[in-house]
Design a binder for this molecule. Sequence first.
Ligand code: ADP
Length: 423
Amino acid sequence: MGIKLGCIADDFTGATDLANNLVQSGMRVLQAIGVPPGPVSADVDAVVIALKSRTAPKLEAISDSLAALRWLQAQGAQQIYFKYCSTFDSTSDGNIGPVTEALMDALTTDFTVATPAFPDNKRTVFKAYLFVGDVLLHESGMQNHPLTPMTDPNLMRVLQSQCSRKVGLIDYSVVQAGPQAIQERIETLRADGVGIAIVDALTNQDLINMGPAFKHLPLLTAGSGLAIGLAQNFGLSSSKQSAALPAVKGTRAIVSGSCSVATNAQVARFIKSGHAAIALDPMQLVSDGDVVDRVLSQVLPLLESGPVLIYSTADADAIKAVQAKLGVAKAGAMIEAAIAAIACGLVKGGVGQLIVAGGETSGACVGALGITQMQIGGQIDPGVPWCYAPTEMAPHHGIHIALKSGNFGSDDFFEKAFAEFSL
Ligand code: ADP
């Protein structure tokens, strides 16, 4: 049996966000980092392939997306979901429009939809204008984004400037009238020669109304919000079962290279609760080549007694001092490499449940551990699920891993995460 839904996400955290929403809606989901070299490795309903196509040159974004499409089709995907950011982040080259049209050509379909709406995250679309909270997109700070500045909140104009096909609109009054009305509007737009329709959504119910109306479209393009209404099209409904992960054996550890406010509070709370914690001193990494080995020999014997935290997390003054000595990029890369090496040592030494704090730090750890696929489990805090990842480094060939980007999670995140699972 093949997969039901095949998703192509234009960045890594966006892929996790979509995977998380699909799991909540009742689908069993695997997230792949890049196009996998072999067939799907688990019995799942959906696969989300994480690309880096949001800010890549246009031709590269297209060819990577087409490679992902071919892999998903080979796994039997019945419908394709192209996921972009809920703020419709696009470079001056476009990328959302060109990738959408390349996927339409490859799927030989004459019609698709586009909606970044995600009301739970305060992204709403009204008359094709994208709101972020109470303000329009171009007043939200996104106009100053270093890579994808968004200066026009009208998505019909933005997308039309990136596409050769005609862009139209399914407005909120149609969406609120329900699936039948949406379907009729699609047929009218099609007859008018519209190839891609922006779809308004103000509430979760609007997204749920879209689900059945989009059942037979070969391609959907959206933020992660649209995911909440799709499972029923495949005969699935929300259940705890979709978040079930294979069991693992082993001990527990946390590595943290995040210096965000939330992580600082989480580290402080974990230490205050009396758990074992070892601080990494970045300046020592420069002068002493044995730090990683020494930390590991200190940590490994402690693991039998409970979770251990290894952290370079520091406050703003301490970070500035290190950066002044080493330079921002060098300090970051050196600490990421050290934490990734420690993560590998921990997993080889029997850690079966690993939390990584920090977005860049997570990327470094996943790469060093050779992880290319993750099955998505239950959410610990919004946006941060436990995952099961096969890795040859683990004595039992797989671990549970949670990748927490900086400002996610409540103060008691680390303890809460481990409380979710008994080993
Ligand atoms: P976040 O998700 O909180 O932004 P990241 O891992 O993405 O966390 O980024 C944190 C960056 O700061 C990484 O490059 C990391 O190596 C670096 N870093 C971690 N600890 C320190 C420190 N004590 N001094 C300077 N830089 C640090």
